[in-house]
Design a binder for this molecule. Structure first.
Ligand SMILES: *[C@@H]1O[C@H](CO)[C@@H](O)[C@H](O)[C@H]1NC(C)=O
Ligand SMILES: *[C@@H]1O[C@H](CO)[C@@H](O)[C@H](O)[C@H]1NC(C)=O
Ligand SMILES: *[C@@H]1O[C@H](CO)[C@@H](O)[C@H](O)[C@H]1NC(C)=O
Ligand SMILES: *[C@@H]1O[C@H](CO)[C@@H](O)[C@H](O)[C@H]1NC(C)=O
Ligand SMILES: *[C@@H]1O[C@H](CO)[C@@H](O)[C@H](O)[C@H]1NC(C)=O
Ligand SMILES: *[C@@H]1O[C@H](CO)[C@@H](O)[C@H](O)[C@H]1NC(C)=O
Ligand SMILES: *[C@@H]1O[C@H](CO)[C@@H](O)[C@H](O)[C@H]1NC(C)=O
Ligand SMILES: *[C@@H]1O[C@H](CO)[C@@H](O)[C@H](O)[C@H]1NC(C)=O
Length: 255
């Protein structure tokens, strides 16, 4: 008799966690070229490694049949993304997924180009508007800090210029209470662990420290998947890749 309530509470939690796992989820990606899918091999961001791409034979980090739509745009700042109509495409994509009854998570990652034109607060104000618009549609914004550039000092540390834009993204996530994936910090830790040579193997071209080749998108797409999974434990259709996850978490080069 005394144990029954505890048991039913445990059962309720179990059932809740099972049903949470069953909610069909869609992902929509928003950002610049370090997220963008590209349509050819070695064309840019972590999006293909996260969503998968038949064009580039990149395996997905998600369960088969999970919609994952990459609306990121090469060269985008938060301002240009809105002004050139890309953001309207993202919103229409989100609305379509929600209309299908799907839980819709939307990653937002900017900074690489915003840093060239304005102080971090400008990007932050624009991301704040994006978050509010997504929430009004019933979507769940997930803020992502910028993938690091793989440019090193001679002493083996990353020469980081994106820190203030990563910090701004973190600040906005705290102000608005969104999920946050700190790709910036995690990618710096990993690249410093594997060192410059192994980091540059992931470059789109040897001297392009910003964009990713097909191996780079697999590595950083998995890093994103792991951060996403940690932020939404037991809720999302993310499939494991234990070998690559081991390498990432232990600072081991995979390629
Ligand atoms: C594959 O290529 C086609 C045509 O270039 C493009 O429309 C589509 O978005 C690409 N898909 C991916 C996942 O890159
Ligand atoms: C790839 O990116 C293009 C351009 O943003 C977009 O039209 C297309 O839907 C994307 N493909 C996938 C599979 O995400
Ligand atoms: C933010 O958006 C405004 C327009 O609302 C634009 O003037 C500004 O340049 C944008 N900031 C960045 C960093 O793109
Ligand atoms: C985006 O959609 C809004 C609402 O329909 C519209 O007012 C705005 O002009 C559109 N932006 C662009 C760049 O087309
Ligand atoms: C590495 O070198 C840079 C540039 O000289 C310097 O700013 C940084 O403090 C150094 N880091 C370490 C850990 O020595
Ligand atoms: C996701 O996180 C949960 C909780 O920590 C863990 O049990 C599971 O193995 C993770 N899944 C993946 C694909 O990493
Ligand atoms: C992990 O790293 C080892 C050593 O570099 C490599 O042989 C292996 O293929 C990597 N595993 C994955 C799944 O990338
Ligand atoms: C990716 O890694 C594989 C295995 O090491 C290698 O054969 C291939 O050339 C690499 N691709 C690129 C674009 O570097």
């Amino acid at each position: 008799m005394v144990r029954l309530p505890a048991l039913s509470i445990a059962l309720a939690f179990f059932l809740a966690s099972v049903s949470a796992r069953r909610v069909p989820t869609s992902f929509v990606l928003v950002g610049d070229s370090t997220t963008a899918n590209g349509t050819v091999v070695d064309s840019g961001g972590w999006g293909n490694g996260f969503c998968g791409s038949t064009n580039t034979s990149t395996p997905s980090s998600l369960a088969p049949g999970t919609p994952c739509i990459n609306t990121a745009k090469n060269g985008a700042t938060t301002g240009s993304f809105v002004a050139d109509g890309s953001w309207n495409i993202s919103l229409a994509t989100v609305e379509a997924e929600i209309a299908k009854g799907r839980r819709t998570l939307v990653t937002i990652q900017f900074g690489h180009n915003d840093m060239k034109i304005a102080p971090p607060e400008s990007m932050g104000a624009n991301i704040t508007i994006m978050v509010n618009q997504l929430r009004a549609l019933g979507a769940e914004p997930v803020l992502v800090t910028s993938l690091t550039r793989r440019t090193f000092f001679d002493n083996g540390t990353i020469q980081d210029l994106l820190g203030p834009w990563a910090d701004e993204t973190i600040l906005v996530s705290q102000q608005l209470g969104t999920h946050l994936l700190d790709l910036h910090a995690n990618s710096i830790t990993y690249c410093e662990a594997i060192g410059p040579d192994a980091s540059h193997v992931l470059n789109r071209t040897p001297d392009d420290d910003t964009h990713l080749n097909s191996n780079g998108t697999i590595v950083f797409g998995r890093m994103l998947a792991n951060l996403m999974n940690a932020s939404f434990p037991h809720q999302l259709p993310i499939i494991p890749n234990p070998g690559l996850t081991f390498n990432i978490t232990h600072g081991i080069a995979s390629y």
